[in-house]
Design a protein around this ligand. Structure first.
Ligand code: NAD
Length: 540
């Protein structure tokens, strides 16, 4: 069946270029236009329509009305108006909406996987991983969020006479700015804990993938989310993303390091908080004692996942010299087994790049490396015979520091091999550069790998897995060090960051300080005596 013939979500089995394009026919113009109802009303009349290019056939997707900065301000006002009532609901009522969303998402996953693939070009398995991750996050925060946000009782300044609690209140209106590479996971994964913490939201859709975010918003409405609690605005980073930073109370940003810096500067001027999930240049270390087949399999999965357009994907592989040749052989064997293609089914392992700009960047990085002496061991070229933006899974050797792809993020299906002479050199190579997002160590010696992991400057380190293990372990924080960002998503911090902590200190005896009539010298003497006693008693 060709895509043009398919009538139901997930019904397409293969892609053809028979002139009718690569668009599942359930994406009727009417259906797609109905999604745009979820763009926050451009009161201004808007700034025209954004129409992205579908990677599978380089044809336009569907137009989405773009806003102007005044529309962003209006959307934030609406969200601000809706916030107190949303925050006053008991946590369980907010959680019930999120759990209904979970169920609808799992039930209707074929629709959103079709949309993600159409807008962004990834292989279906990687679209399913977005569904999996969002469903897990929804369930986790709906079930555990209340305990993460619970009041914390602490010892007061005068134990016994005072009671002190740290409580959490929502920030207010949270702005969520996300990129195109994980339109479902990054569009809603950070939104769910923000909503559960009692905030309302304004999300900026990425110009490449607005329809996925709008579909998600529509599904949240079906799950019972009130109208103004989550607004979506569409438009380019400047001025729409900038306007969002100018109006909200907190920004959750995911994107490149360069944009993250600009967002942080803008947020700092307003003294609002921002979490910044930025780019990486992630290393994978293969120790001499590793199971080389497992390491090769893990490298391929982590290097080519999402066609290499994943912030935590592996771009550098540092292999112990004692096993370098053998590992290289196994890596090339696994790489050649990767099925590159474009299909709305699970028949491909690696999909298309998302856009012409991505193809140009990947092509330029590889060309620069080859011109400066790198060797292509696999791939190294575009595959227009498969799709307009397809690029073959690529393995390079002989990459040196003057090449752009040595320390600059390629964000494509390209991995470079480096030889090391043991842990110390592997560590030196892994810690090169200013990024610090994710890393990996393959070794049979788990204790030794753990020791090595603690010396790698990265927010996550996977042992005997390339990338997905830490990211999928959603009870633990995920984020970057150095140029890879500030703050963490997932785990307790992934929801607490959307709150202000407030300390409520109550006294049973009135104001702390000398009681009426007591001389200050006497009070100070008693205070000093207490300090010495507490120290002797080892009181914390
Ligand atoms: P980008 O920074 O160009 O854009 C990200 C988002 O920011 C888009 O929605 C864009 O419209 C918006 N934006 C652009 N300029 C803005 C501005 N001045 N103010 C406010 N918003 C603005 O990133 P990209 O190229 O679309 O995404 C790929 C990058 O994202 C890669 O570097 C990748 O590593 C990184 N990324 C990081 C993570 C993570 O969790 N650390 C996850 C995914 C992607």
């Amino acid at each position: 069946m060709t895509l043009a013939e398919s009538t139901a979500p997930g019904a397409a089995t293969s892609a053809t270029s028979d002139g009718s394009g690569f668009r599942p026919s359930w994406f009727t113009d009417h259906r797609l236009a109905s999604l745009t109802r979820w763009v926050a009303v451009p009161a201004s009349g808007g700034d025209g329509a954004l129409t992205a290019t579908a990677p599978y056939d380089a044809r336009p997707t569907a137009p989405v009305p773009a806003g102007v900065p005044a529309d962003v301000a209006a959307a934030v006002d609406l969200a601000r108006g809706a916030q107190p009532a949303w925050a006053e609901l008991p946590f369980d009522e907010r959680a019930a909406v999120v759990l209904r969303f979970h169920d609808l998402l799992v039930e209707r996953q074929d629709e959103v996987m079709d949309l993600i693939q159409w807008e962004m070009g990834k292989a279906r398995f990687h679209a399913w991983q977005e569904v999996l991750q969002v469903a897990n996050l929804a369930r986790h925060y709906a079930r555990r969020g209340a305990s993460y946000l619970a009041d914390r009782k602490v010892r007061g300044a005068m134990p016994g006479l005072t009671s002190v609690r740290e409580v959490r209140m929502p920030k207010g209106v949270v702005g969520i700015i996300s990129p195109w590479n994980y339109p479902l996971y990054l569009g809603v994964g950070d939104a769910i804990p923000a909503l559960l913490a009692g905030n309302t939201l304004v999300g900026k859709a990425d110009p490449q993938t607005p329809l996925t975010l709008l579909w998600t918003r529509a599904l949240m409405a079906e799950a019972g989310l009130p109208e103004h609690v989550w607004q979506v605005v569409a438009g380019p980073g400047a001025p729409i993303g900038e306007a969002l930073v100018d109006h909200v109370d907190y920004v959750s940003f995911t994107g490149s390091t360069a944009t993250g810096r600009a967002v942080a500067e803008r947020a700092a001027r307003r003294l609002i908080g921002a979490s910044l999930e930025l780019g990486g240049k992630n290393p994978l270390i293969v120790r001499a004692d590793a199971d080389l087949d497992v390491a090769a399999r893990g490298t391929v999965a982590a290097a080519f996942a999402n066609t290499g357009q994943m912030c935590i994907h592996i771009e550098r592989v540092v292999v112990d010299g004692a096993v370098y040749e053998e590992f290289r052989e196994r890596l090339l064997a696994h790489t050649s087994g990767q099925r590159l293609g474009q299909a709305f089914d699970f028949g491909c392992d690696v999909g298309s790049l998302a856009s012409e700009a991505q193809l140009e960047k990947v092509t330029a990085h590889v060309a620069d490396a080859v011109a400066k002496g790198a060797t292509v061991l696999a791939g190294g070229r575009a595959r227009p015979d498969i799709g307009p933006y397809c690029y073959a899974p690529t393995v390079l050797e002989g990459v040196t520091e003057e090449m752009d792809l040595c320390l600059g993020e390629t964000f494509g299906p390209v991995v470079a091999l480096y030889r090391s002479s043991g842990d110390e050199e592997a560590l030196r190579i892994a810690n090169q550069g200013s990024a610090g997002l994710s890393a990996s160590v393959f070794s049979r010696d788990l204790a030794g790998a753990d020791q090595l992991a603690r010396r790698i400057r990265a927010g996550s380190v996977n042992i005997n897995d390339g990338a997905a293990l830490a990211a999928g372990s959603i009870e633990a924080g995920m984020g970057g060090m150095g140029d890879s960002g500030l703050g963490r998503r997932h785990g307790p911090e992934g929801i607490r960051k959307y709150t202000e902590s407030q300390t409520i200190a109550a006294s049973r005896i009135g104001p702390v300080g000398p009681p009426p009539g007591m001389a200050l010298e006497r009070f100070v003497g008693m205070g000093n005596g207490q300090l010495r006693l507490l120290r002797r008693l080892r009181v914390r």
